[in-house]
Design a binder for this molecule. Structure first.
Ligand code: ZN
Length: 405
């Protein structure tokens, strides 16, 4: 079966996760796709394929002859789709694309415009799979699932293809940050893996941000405004003063690539109390530490001016750059790069300005770079993937298996 045929089937399953739910998985509809995948895996000859009570799917492709001694690797993709746009009743169609705007929905006037999404022109000459503009497509991450499944079918049906042991893992709830919360590491009996959850063909990601959070609490003194002279300390004004002490260009709207930032994510305040919550990000852990110190230094200035009990800053660690864990296994990146180069694809190694499930897995002992899926504009009604990209990403996985065999 071709990768796009599988993909078109998987996106008929509504697997949207729900951050307000306290169950695991967060939505029971994800289990329908999980069970379908188990059945399909068993049909392909993955005899140990199973789904656990939390909705995780596991299965093993045994090594080809001669590669029994190799350590093997894991491939991980997520089944759920994002919260921003519905994934219910996805009506996909295939467009032979020759450039220009794409009318997704004539009636509702939903158009993917080149002026807003210039990268679509990079897919000229390919067959785009798009939605009718009322839902997302679900290439994030059902493209990854379809590519892994098609790779599995090929490896299991063609004995001339070399590969080590491969553990397949499909997870629920990635989009709400719980994708690895209940992963069973004892089932992943290999030293490393790859998440297949990246973007355009050729993207290869193994560096994420180091992330922490700074919670700034300001305590004011409230006095009747009519008789406040020399007495009032307005917590909200002091909070604004605090923010003005931070470098104004080191914020998300002014930074890119490897530049870190502080980002004011919420602000609340009265005269008596104010709270500022910042997220701090940097690929370089030393620079993040400096940034944390900067938050404290700004508080010291406020203390000198208004008194020691005026302000306190609490720093909370969130996640760390997985690059340092991945680089303990350089063969991870070398093999993925070679798998792409063999197809004439130039790997584009770029640091992620965020975190991935792979960053958490990396610190749980399973270093996990992120491989491309071919998807574009995830979490949006304009999401698309091309038939050709799905094929290429499948070939990358087959080559990768050969590299590691
Ligand atoms: Zn994803």
């Amino acid at each position: 079966m071709k990768t796009y045929e599988r993909f078109l089937n998987y996106i008929t399953f509504d697997t949207q996760s729900d951050s307000h739910s306290s169950t695991f998985p967060s939505t029971m509809k994800q289990l329908k796709l999980a069970d379908k995948l188990v059945e399909e895996m068993q049909g392909l000859g993955i005899s140990d394929a199973s789904r656990d009570a939390n909705g995780y799917v596991y299965g093993t492709i045994p090594p080809s002859k001669g590669s029994e001694g190799k350590p093997g690797f894991a491939l991980i993709a997520h089944m759920d789709t994002a919260l921003e746009v519905s994934g219910n009743n996805v009506k996909a169609r295939i467009v032979e694309y020759n450039g220009g705007d794409i009318v997704l929905n004539e009636e509702k006037g939903i158009v993917t415009k080149v002026s807003e999404f210039p990268e679509i022109e990079g897919s000229k000459g390919e067959h785009l799979i798009v939605t009718d503009g009322t839902t997302l497509l679900g290439a994030d991450d059902k493209a990854g699932i379809a590519e892994i499944m098609t790779m599995a079918e090929r490896l299991l049906s063609d004995t001339s293809l070399r590969h080590p042991k491969i553990i397949i893992v499909f997870t629920p709830d990635e989009e709400i940050g719980r994708g690895v919360d209940k992963i069973d590491m004892s089932k992943i009996t290999v030293p490393f893996g790859y998440t297949v959850d990246g973007g355009d063909v050729g993207s290869l990601e193994y560096e994420t941000f180091n992330a922490s959070e700074a919670v700034v609490k300001v305590h004011g003194v409230s006095v009747h405004p009519g008789s406040a002279k020399g007495k009032m300390k307005n917590a909200s004004l002091i909070a604004m003063e605090y923010n003005a002490l931070l470098p104004e260009h080191e914020v998300p709207s002014c930074t890119e690539k490897r530049e870190g930032f502080h980002h004011l994510s919420s602000i609340t305040g009265t005269v008596e109390e104010a709270e500022l919550v910042y997220i701090l990000r940097d690929h370089d852990s030393e620079k993040l530490k400096k940034r944390e110190e900067m938050m404290q230094d700004a508080a010291e200035f406020i203390k000198k001016k208004y008194g020691n009990s005026t302000i306190e800053v609490t720093i909370n660690q969130m996640y760390r750059n997985m690059g340092e864990e991945v680089m303990k296994h350089p063969e991870l990146i070398d093999s993925a790069s070679k798998a792409m180069e063999k197809l004439g694809i130039k790997p584009r190694i770029e640091p992620v300005r965020g975190g991935t499930d792979g960053s958490r897995l990396s610190f749980m002992g399973l270093p996990c770079p992120n491989l491309c899926t071919g998807g574009h504009f995830g979490h949006s009604r304009h999401e698309y993937v091309t038939v050709e990209a799905l094929d290429k990403c499948t070939e990358i996985l087959i080559n990768l298996a050969a590299e590691l065999a």
